[in-house]
Design a protein around this ligand. Structure first.
Ligand code: NAD
Length: 341
């Protein structure tokens, strides 16, 4: 199938071309993100293949549809960058890669926890400068600490499994508790209890209207002073300004982010010679107890190979039958209950 691949990096091209020896699609690679302004690139392609910072709003989808696009294949698990209702109205199918390596994201999450706790990023720089002082590098034992996991799907469950090995007490909140998690010794609690009881809170639920700004001023007020907050899921789960306020009052003791609400303007690009105009992001970088990675949790060889293979397989399934097991459809909107639960 003739496919326009947006937001192409060299690694995307390498893995997609390797996987395509099995599928034989006609792939055209474009470096720009797909936005309203770049839609013309996708005209005349039955399939547009996108990534998380492409922006497929109704207007963009309309233009693609008018050029004959029938399939949107996202190389991601999350699909909050695509207007699913708009796609459905236009008769477009949306497919995704539901799982490519939950281990990649879970292991990166643990990396953020360990690095922040033991201040490995600061120690690395100190030792290279001949400073072997330990002042300011004290951490805490993870053993016996309580970790609250929000979202015990594929990634959250693996995070829990690894943390169990460290001897942590595990709390969780999920709309759909699983026996598998309970078997691991995870105790499901409501959100206020998770917030008040956890030393570390790690987010692994999707971004939906209900979870937008799940971590807001009210949620932060319930947390333990000095709490560690980790987000490797989606930036929109966190009200970043509220988090900055909580860093200033020392309510948050450690913040580890792989995702950021306004990341589409920043991440995946080399901006080292540019002026970054996002004052909120720049403020985050001023705190010594904040560690940010640029949406790299998924970035392992296994994950990228799986993404390439599943994406091309999705396109083949659609081409052959018009349907695909990895199709995502719009769900009816449910307003967020403002009481925390
Ligand atoms: P998953 O679908 O297996 O699990 C998500 C879990 O969240 C499910 O158990 C679901 O019941 C739960 N959930 C849904 N709505 C909820 C709510 N309102 N409150 C609490 N729990 C809720 O997904 P996954 O593969 O574990 O991925 C989790 C998230 O990680 C994805 O949504 C994606 O945003 C993010 N992600 C990030 C990266 C990265 O590179 N940083 C890579 C892949 C996925």
């Amino acid at each position: 199938m003739k496919t326009a691949i947006f937001s192409t990096k060299s690694y995307d091209r390498k893995f997609l071309e390797a996987a395509n020896t099995k599928y034989n699609h006609e792939l055209l690679f474009f470096e720009p993100r797909l936005t309203y302004d770049t839609t013309a690139l996708g005209m005349g392609f039955p399939c547009a293949c996108v990534f998380i910072n492409d922006l497929l709003d109704k207007q963009t989808l309309q233009i693609l549809a008018s050029g004959g696009t029938k399939l949107i294949a996202t190389r991601s698990a999350g699909f909050n960058h695509i207007d699913l209702n708009g796609a459905a109205e236009l008769g477009m199918t949306v497919v995704r890669v539901p799982a490519y390596s939950p281990y990649a994201v879970a292991e990166h999450t643990i990396g953020l926890i360990l690095t922040l706790n033991r201040k490995i990023h600061r120690a690395y720089n100190r030792v290279r400068e001949g400073n072997f002082s330990l002042d300011g590098l004290m951490g805490f034992d993870l053993h016996n600490r309580t970790v609250g996991i929000i979202g015990t799907g594929k990634i959250g469950l693996i995070v829990a499994q690894i943390l169990k090995g460290f001897g942590c007490n595990l709390l969780a909140y999920d709309l759909y508790p699983t026996p598998e998690s309970e078997g691991l010794g995870i105790k499901y609690v409501d959100l206020p209890e998770l917030f008040t009881s956890s030393d570390i809170i790690s987010l692994h639920c999707p971004l939906t209207p209900q979870t937008q700004h799940l971590i807001d001023k009210e949620a932060l007020s319930l947390m333990k002073p000095g709490v560690m907050l980790i987000n490797t899921s989606r930036g929109g789960l966190i009200d970043t300004q509220a988090v900055i306020d909580a860093l200033k009052t020392r309510k948050i003791g450690y913040l580890g982010l792989d995702v950021y609400e306004q990341e589409s303007e920043l991440f995946f690009e080399d901006l080292s010679d540019e002026v970054i105009e996002d004052d909120i992001f720049q403020r985050l970088l001023t705190f010594p107890n904040v560690l940010i990675t640029g949406h790299q949790a998924f970035f392992t060889e296994e994950a990228i190979a799986n993404i390439a293979d599943t994406t091309l397989s999705n396109i083949t399934e659609f081409e052959l039958g018009g349907a695909c097991a990895n199709e995502v459809r719009a769900k009816p909107f449910v307003a967020r209950d403002n009481s925390i639960q």
